[in-house]
Design a protein around this ligand. Sequence first.
Ligand SMILES: *Cc1c(COP(=O)(O)O)cnc(C)c1O
Length: 389
Amino acid sequence: MKNRTLLMIPGPIEFEPAVLAALGAPTTSHLAPNFIEAFGQALERLRELFLAPDGQPFVIAGTGTLAMDSAGANLVEPGDRALVINTGYFGDRFGALLERYGAQVHHLRAPVGGRPALDEVEAALRGGAYKLLTVTHVDTSTGVRTDVKALAALARAYGALCVVDGVCSVAGEELHMSEWGVDVALTASQKAVGVPPGLALLVAGPRALQAYQARKTPVANFYADWGNWLSVMQAYEARKPAYFGTPAVNLIFALNASLEIILKEGLEARLARHRALGRACRAGLAALGLGQVPLSDELAANTMSAPRFPPGVNGPAFLAEAAKAGVTLAGGLHPAIRAEYFRIGHMGSAGLGDILATLGAVEAALEACGHAFTPGAGVAAARTAWRGA
Ligand SMILES: *Cc1c(COP(=O)(O)O)cnc(C)c1O
């Protein structure tokens, strides 16, 4: 392949050949037996991926934002109170969409790169009578990971539904949906799930479905209304066709192919690989003298990194040089620090070779931008960190 570049951004990512082949296969009818089987299997496999044996998966054409929108539309009634654990850009987005459905939203924020402390969350819940608590598992604008297990336990203790935006975490970070008491977990196809953009993936737990059924007002979003999709999902899982909106046939074949690969690797092995990816990437960046947006290593995600530019390095020039060295990286996203940092996605099928190539490109770009460092130090540190715990 000529002019091939390595795509190392926090979604879309590099995709497996079997997934791309499924996407490029001739499109069948959404009523064809082989599609019914693939869709049914994908729904079963999503339940395994989310570790949600009692959850109801929804697969709907759209992006991760549609999955967020669907959680908000179906769970919020005008006047409901919602607490947003806000660790960046996607917390702001969740709050904005909940307000659109009439929620009274309270944002619990931390300084950029941090996350609200659990006792602050508990104090807010104690005083709030919240129906809903939303958490961004990994906020892609900061690379900060939240403690979903502890937050879900607090939400449950105070009678709030716990909704997890796992768009940058599911299939790359630990998430035990049922065991942890998470009521809704959602993601999008193009991140660690490893399928080109176009599918919103959401699993609703029993309490979330009960809250939906207990609504007194209609869902203010026709397309996202779970009532329109529930019977369709149940039908396909029972290997029967059903229709509300035409399923994204090829994307669903691709999703099923990717879920097969994910479950074949095994969730434990996959998470261990992502921990090694995160560790190696951070060690390599540190060896080159780069700081990171997360305020401490324990807060840093395994699916992506958010390194700060060293003083004097121009962001756009750096990214252009990295691309020249064969690796596509992402710029900043958080409005308060947008020009001060860049982002590296290391999720899905990524391995040590991808991290080494990325750090090699980072070194080339730093050199071109006049930053002084020991050549090869990033790559060497990453190799050592990959091996060690
Ligand atoms: C990417 C992302 C989204 C938005 O997903 P889209 O598919 O771009 O709509 C939401 N939340 C998080 C944490 C993300 O990383």
